[in-house]
Every structure is written in C-alpha cells, then in structure tokens.
Design a protein around this ligand. Structure first.
Ligand code: ADP
Ligand code: MG
Length: 281
C-alpha cells in the first residue's frame, strides 16, 4: 500500500500519581493518501491520544509518526484538527475565524485578494457563505462545526484529523454534517482520520474502520475494510446486506470488548489469573 501516513509502532506512557500509565502499546497503522479511516473503541481506550500524537500535540514514548516521508515532531498546518467542541475565536466573525488560518498558512503564497476568495470558497463548501458576519455565539452548534471544518480545510492539510466532530450535535444535524463531509471528501479526496462513537457514521463514511482494543496498553484490535461503492446513500444502504454486515461486525467487536474487557482465560484445573483491577501499578 502507498503509505502516506505511517503511525509506526507507537507506544505512550504517561506519568500519573499512581505510577506510569501505559495508554498505547505498539499502535501500528499505515494510511494511504485520500483514504478515510475511522477509529472506534471504548471511551478512554486512547483514541484521542492517537490523534494527538499524529497532530504533534503529544510525543510518543516509543515509535513515531511519519507523514510523506517526514517525521512529525510538532503541530503544523499540514495536520488540521477538528475537535468535538469547536475552537473558534469567540470575538471573531465566521469569516475572520477562517481568514485567520488562511492568512497564517498562505501569507507568502497567495495575494490578499486570493486569500479573501479562498476564505469565501471554503465557507461556501460547508454552506456557511450566508453567515460571514456572525460571531460564534450567534450561530448553532452544527454551524460552528461547519466553520471549524471550513477552517481546517482552508489550510489544505495533508491530513484532516477529526476527534468526534459531530458527537455533540443532534441526530438530524449530524446526518446533514455527515452528508456534507462525504460530498467534500468526494471533491477534495482528503486523507482523513476520524474518531467516532457512532457505528453507522463509521461505516457510512470510512474506507477502513480501525477498532481499538480496550486500555490500558490499547492497540489496534481489528481493521475492517468497508468495500461499499461511492457515492454512498444512507437510505439505500439501510437495506443493503453488505452495509448491515459491516455494521454488525463493528457492533460485535465493541460488544465483545465491552462485556469481556481484559477477561483472563481460565487455566485448566487451577486458578485463573486475577483480573487486572488497577490501571497502573
Ligand atoms: P479516548 O479518546 O479513547 O476516550 P483518551 O485518548 O482521551 O481516550 O485517553 C486514554 C487514557 O489516557 C485515559 O485513561 C486518560 O485518562 C489517559 N490520559 C490521556 N492523556 C493523559 C495525560 N496527559 N496524562 C495522564 N493520562 C492521560
Ligand atoms: Mg477522546
């Protein structure tokens, strides 16, 4: 596979009051250019930690991340992040929030007029061209996420990193956002890593779903290739046996991990290992 982004045997251990906590162990994942990968797994297993390491906000204790042949050592505009809760500047308008990022990235390579047009273009892409002068507290949660996505896209990142981007939205808004994201993805062919809790969202949007094992020492559990043609239509897929098979696979993985986390195997005729109760010793 053409490995555009390589998460190369990443482990991370945090110092805590109770001693070192090994959150990720040997996480290994290669992502191709233009691929849409979802990360799914139980709360607290380490999904955001993976994303933050790719973003350069955290450094791995072992292993590392290589993007287009270059090791990631710090945050950069080639890896734009969209968080669950928007991180817009409350005192800036919708337009200025995006323009700020555009100016930062393209100050030397685009003229003033080009930066203006590029800002508008990205806001139109997420259907926010009608609200340029509003401030974040004057628009809905879904609209704020749209602006956050426009801002991320406007930087033309090599990789778009999304941490439960629609997790705080009501289900109707979430549906619209997923459709918009699929449309944008079809046009721009971004490389995306998205964390989600939503099984349908993962199957609908992804080329691959990476299912993480439970922590501590979480790692890649299983990887599911979602071989469904695009464009994808949620209503048609609801009746599609292949879609429902993928869906069931993810639900099964999560359910098994949920009901039997870290369950020790019984040894014959003797004592089973004690279950691990403490996260770190
Ligand atoms: P997820 O996104 O899957 O819900 P996180 O990546 O946020 O999980 O966290 C995974 C684990 O790592 C949690 O147990 C969390 O408490 C721990 N953790 C995350 N960041 C730190 C940190 N800076 N120091 C100590 N523990 C951390
Ligand atoms: Mg998280």
């Amino acid at each position: 596979m053409n490995s555009y982004l390589d998460i190369d045997h990443v482990s991370i251990t945090f110092p805590t009051d109770k001693g070192p906590l090994n959150v990720l162990k040997d996480v290994h994942l290669k992502v191709a250019q233009g691929e849409f990968v979802s990360l799914i797994g139980h709360s607290g297993c380490g999904k955001s930690t993976v994303l933050n390491i790719v973003a350069g906000l955290l450094s791995a204790t072992e292993g590392g991340v290589v993007l287009e042949g270059k090791e990631v050592t710090e945050p950069g505009p080639d890896r734009a992040v969209v968080f669950q809760h928007h991180s817009l500047m409350p005192w800036l308008t919708v337009y200025d929030n995006v323009k700020l990022a555009v100016d930062r990235v393209f100050r030397k390579t685009k003229t003033k007029q080009e930066r203006h047009e590029w800002t508008l273009h990205n806001l139109e892409l997420v259907h926010m061209g009608h609200a340029l002068d509003r401030r974040p507290d004057e628009i809905s949660g879904g609209m704020k996420q749209r602006v956050g996505i426009a801002r991320a896209l406007s930087m033309q990142p090599k990789v778009l990193l999304m941490d439960e981007p629609f997790g705080a939205l009501d289900s109707l808004t979430r549906t619209h956002m997923q459709d918009s994201l699929m449309e944008i993805q079809a046009n721009l062919n971004n490389t995306v890593i998205m964390i989600t809790h939503d099984v349908d969202e993962a199957v609908l949007l992804s080329d691959r779903i990476v299912m993480m094992s439970n922590g501590p020492s979480a790692t890649v559990g299983e990887i599911l290739n979602i071989d469904l043609p695009r464009p994808r239509d949620r209503l048609e897929l609801a009746e599609d046996p292949t879609y429902n098979h993928y869906r069931a696979e993810v639900v099964k993985f999560l359910h098994e991990r949920h009901t039997k986390p870290e369950a020790p195997k019984k040894t014959e005729g003797g004592n089973a290992d004690k279950p691990k109760l403490r996260l770190a010793g």
